[in-house]
Design a protein around this ligand. Structure first.
Ligand SMILES: [Zn+2]
Length: 708
């Protein structure tokens, strides 16, 4: 079933990528048609009774046999059959079964048809909601004073909020955008209703409960909400301080024009004064950074970094004509001295009209172990899109702002997760892991752009040294540490206010799709109307007052995509902050043994504590812990086990060494060690909360204050 799913995904994922990124509209249209046709076919497969029956029977036979063995009775399956069920096979079988059940296969025919109908409606409402956001006729315009008329699409509104000095103009645009596009009100209400019905037909109290069932760290929406509410309370004092600074800036603007008293910072003021506050702390001109971030130099830096972190070698060349979706796309082929070839990433960093608007990674082929007789691994292929909006003053080449560099590193984190994932099945590969762990590696990678040791590799003015792809770590002039400090401080100016926005979105997402859903049907179960949910979230999590008469939820496309899972971003921020410290990355992000020609016979012999002990005589390689315990397992280990393993490896290097020693004895994939599920709690990574698990936020709040 996994091989079949792989065949379908390879076609569907390639089409999905093309549909979004291809520079030729004819290709985009054709790819869109492929997605529709394949989507229909996939939903037929998910309703295939024969396959569901065989899968359920096989899983039951295994589970009955295990139970029989535990009672010292003869199992139904032969020893040979039982040996086919490794832990990852059990997990993938359960997940495939659950996927089919989410399509309603286990329900009576009438209810099953109803689920299919509701899922189609859900897809339709979500697509209509998102397309309205960029449809000029639907969002409308605001006559913004000063003879201007501003279109109310998200990008234009954001530009006014960040850069318009006249408060009356900002306010007018904010108010107009606050009830636009009006068609999204009904679409959101109906989406909420449809998702509630899907969940109830399948026996879940809410859509959020359906999303956290199966493999998730949170396990229950109540744990998520309790976590978000506590974090909101914890960050409020810091956000209040930041808001005080913004109020001071606004008061100095208004000096003489008001009658004293405290200056209120309104929702339409935040972005404008936040940008001013950041500029006060980071006084160097933007071009100061751009000198060190020309694309060829960043690319050389990324190659050095991956070698120094994970010993990944990246061979970069231009994609052949017709191989990629736009001119200028690069093909990066990754390999590892001991693991062998790892896969390929197509890198699309150039600017062109109509390019996909945000940075993103698309999987095109997933990694998996190929079945006998041929064996070996199916190597993954991905597409990474990011942008470089500046120009390097030394070389005239396209260059990245510091923020764009952070975004690139984030996406690179997703790619490296996938390249280093060594799962048996594609269904559990790399980023196909639990929804509340998938963003952890990418958020860990974001820390690199605030670290001077890493930035000394990444950001250099290599314009004078030919900036070849093979330039060494000391070629060119590094970005001054003072400039980096400025950027980090600038970021710290409004970090807590920015977290509050994430908390508002996460809470609204939980409540809209939670147990007391809003909307007309919600009244009977005590829920709020949809329009009041956002206001309630703002009241709980934001230091900036809600503006009556506005409905910001009509403009949040994330609500359609995540539906009860957006909290994963906040989980990832907290977990990344803990892991940055506990794995040792904060002390020494770069492996001193890597990149200096240390090569050994097999990775079993050379990885982790042993190698570092031998070579550097100290500590353990932080990146090796990450690779072995977080990236390689992908979704093939339950999230709680995964974090327990990480906590144990980071905590007790001797145990890690012991496991490495065990691995040397066999060339087969290492035996799974069962970790104490409470290890992650004991190590301070997690807290048990309201029937589930949540990260501990202390370290994250520290890094937030520091702007990291
Ligand atoms: Zn991400």
């Amino acid at each position: 079933m996994d091989a079949m799913s792989d065949q379908l995904c390879r076609a569907y994922d390639a089409a999905e990528c093309c549909r979004n990124v291809h520079s030729d509209p004819a290709w985009r249209t054709a790819a869109g048609q492929v997605c529709m046709q394949l989507g229909d076919y996939i939903s037929q497969i998910n309703h295939h009774e024969g396959m569901y029956r065989r899968l359920s029977e096989a899983l039951e036979a295994f589970e009955r046999s295990v139970a029989a063995l535990a009672r010292r009775e003869a199992p139904q399956l032969s020893p040979a059959q039982l040996s086919g069920w490794c832990e990852e096979t059990v997990l993938v079988a359960r997940k495939l079964k659950q996927d089919m059940e989410q399509a309603g296969i286990h329900l009576p025919p009438l209810q099953r048809a109803r689920v299919a109908e509701l899922m189609a409606a859900n897809g339709h409402f979500a697509a209509a909601f998102n397309s309205a956001l960029t449809d000029p006729r639907k969002v409308g315009r605001s006559t913004a004073g000063l003879g201007r008329s501003v279109p109310l699409d998200p990008a234009s509104v954001a530009a006014v909020m960040a850069g318009e000095p006249h408060e009356s103009v900002r306010k007018e645009v904010y108010m107009a955008a606050g009830s636009s596009p009006s068609c999204n009100r009904e679409l959101l209400d109906r989406m909420v209703g449809v998702r509630r019905d899907i969940a109830r037909l399948q026996g879940f109290p809410s859509y959020a409960a359906l999303r956290t069932s199966g493999s998730s760290l949170a396990a229950a929406p109540a744990a998520v909400v309790a976590f978000l509410e506590r974090l909101a309370a914890d960050v409020r004092p810091l956000a209040g301080q930041e808001l005080g600074v913004l109020a001071g800036l606004k008061a100095s603007d208004l000096r003489g024009s008001t009658a004293g008293g405290p200056t209120a910072v309104h929702a339409w003021d935040v972005e404008y004064y936040a940008a001013r506050a950041r500029r006060q702390l980071a006084t160097s001109p933007a071009s100061a950074v751009l000198r060190f971030t020309a694309l060829p130099s960043v690319l050389a830096g990324v190659r050095l970094l991956l070698r120094r972190l994970f010993r990944i070698d990246l061979a970069v060349e231009a994609a052949a004509p017709g191989e990629a979706w736009a001119p200028g796309v690069l093909r990066c082929t990754a390999s590892h001295p001991d693991l062998g070839p790892l896969g390929a990433v197509y890198l699309d960093l150039g600017d062109r009209p109509g390019k996909y608007p945000s940075a993103v990674t698309f999987p095109i082929t997933c990694g998996r172990q190929l079945p006998a007789p041929h064996g070996g691994r199916q190597l993954p292929v991905m597409a990474l899109l990011a942008s470089a909006s500046g120009t390097c003053p030394s070389s005239g080449q396209p260059a990245m702002t510091w923020r764009e560099l952070r975004v690139l590193l984030h996406e690179l984190g997703h790619c490296v997760h996938n390249l280093l994932s060594l799962t048996k099945y594609q269904h559990l590969w790399g980023t196909r892991c639990a929804q509340d762990l998938v963003e952890v590696p990418s958020h860990l990678f974001e820390y690199f752009v605030a670290d001077p040791r890493v930035m000394a590799l990444l950001a250099r003015d290599r314009s004078a040294c030919g900036a070849g792809a093979d330039s060494g770590p000391r070629d060119g002039e590094p970005m001054p540490e003072g400039l980096l400090r400025e950027l980090v401080e600038g970021r710290s100016a409004t970090a807590a206010l920015e977290l509050q926005q994430q908390l508002v979105l996460s809470l609204a997402d939980q409540w809209l799709f939670g147990e007391h859903p809003p909307g007309p049907a919600g009244a009977e179960s005590g829920g709020l109307p949809t329009s009041d949910v956002w206001q309630k979230a703002v009241g709980l999590a934001s230091s900036v007052a809600f503006v009556p008469g506005t409905s910001p939820e009509l403009r949040v496309g994330h609500l359609t995509i995540y539906g009860g899972a957006y909290y994963g971003y906040v989980y990832a921020r907290c977990l990344a902050a803990q892991l940055w410290r506990s794995t040792g990355l904060a002390d020494d992000p770069l492996d001193p043994a890597a990149g200096e020609g240390v090569r050994a016979v097999g990775w079993f012999l050379t990885t982790g504590a042993g190698r570092r002990r031998d070579v550097a005589g100290q500590g353990r390689a932080a990146c090796e812990i990450l690779r072995a315990q977080l990236l390689a397992p992908g979704g093939s280990v339950e999230p709680l086990q995964l974090l327990a393993g990480l906590a144990e490896a980071a905590d007790t290097p001797s145990e890690l060494e012991e496991r490495q020693r065990q691995r040397r004895r066999t060339l087969n994939p290492p035996q799974r060690t069962r970790h104490d599920p409470d290890a992650a709690v004991k190590a301070g990574l997690l807290q048990a909360l309201a029937g589930g698990y949540a990260p501990r936020p202390e370290r994250y709040l520290e890094t937030l204050k520091a702007g990291l």
